[in-house]
Design a protein around this ligand. Sequence first.
Ligand SMILES: NC(=O)c1ccc[n+]([C@@H]2O[C@H](COP(=O)([O-])OP(=O)(O)OC[C@H]3O[C@@H](n4cnc5c(N)ncnc54)[C@H](O)[C@@H]3O)[C@@H](O)[C@H]2O)c1
Length: 341
Amino acid sequence: MNPTIHIEAGCLDNAGAIARQFVGGALAAIVSDDTVFSRYGSRLEASLKAAGWDVVRFVFPHGEAQKNLATYGELLSFLAEQHLTRTDVIFALGGGVTGDLAGFAAATYLRGVGLVQIPTSLLACVDSSVGGKTAVDLPQGKNLAGAFYPPHCVVIDPALTHSLPEETFRDGMAEVIKYAATLDGSLYEAIDHLPQTLEEVISRCVALKDQVVAEDLRDNGLRQLLNFGHTFGHAIEKQADYTLGHGACVAMGMAIMARACAAKGLCSPACRDRLLRTLTAWKLPTKTAFAPETLFLHLLSDKKRRGQKLTLVVLRETGRAELTPVLLEEALDFLKTGWEA
Ligand SMILES: NC(=O)c1ccc[n+]([C@@H]2O[C@H](COP(=O)([O-])OP(=O)(O)OC[C@H]3O[C@@H](n4cnc5c(N)ncnc54)[C@H](O)[C@@H]3O)[C@@H](O)[C@H]2O)c1
């Protein structure tokens, strides 16, 4: 695995020394939401001071609603007021919202400063902290302003996820299950043995993501496999006006695709059932009440649409998926078939 990714239970207290191997500077700016900072902020501060940094902190109210231009602007102003220089470092301590916001600020403040990601949600550990995508939302849509900016170092302490609300942990599990379905079928077994295998599961997901991103940072090919379940999932998320968890929507999207692929003979019933069984075991939903025709309308405004075509991630066997460009009416057929099956 990429040497800049460190995974170890309890390593938050050593994050400063770990990060020092990859980033320099005299000033460390911790960016965190209020929930996470109140739990873990002082431990990170102590570790950064021990590693020789002066520490300042930018703490914002938790939640997706804060991942916007206003908070981003406040953060940039804060960094300027603190005289953070190009050799200094931003430490993103939190879930995907914090990582995306702090990452985008790190990419753009002074045209790029040091960035260390310290993910605290399961989703951030296995997905958003690795891979270099940073963004904020615009009123017109999610993640519309952003940059590719890989962190200089990622410090993952799996023990931090123990304090997550059950529903937030489950949301992250949808992404974990996605890796098993599309890239490594043997991961299902480790998932079956959670929580004992938590560190192993996180390490394996990070290694898979790291490998995919190494080949396709800018999302032009292989990386699109990680969109499995997301095209239909995003449609469900939008139709529900973002009242459902992202993971729950991805779970429904993956289930629809798996049922459609099995019905069309693209994958075996066993491959479909392995996925559905695992989603159900994690109390993730596999059906939606929204009609396929309604969901289809959202596909028309999908960022990934190219003219009359969309690229679907099609399940071929347990642990293997393929990118398949289809016409919009074929996408509707997948949606209907997977919805009804
Ligand atoms: N950059 C990428 O590649 C990428 C990939 C996937 C998702 N994302 C983005 O990630 C965001 C979702 O991430 P998320 O689910 O982590 O959301 P989040 O950052 O809002 O975290 C979810 C909630 O859990 C709380 N929390 C986080 N860690 C905790 C802990 N250890 N203990 C207790 N509470 C904790 C947070 O305060 C928050 O209320 C979205 O904005 C999405 O667009 C980015």
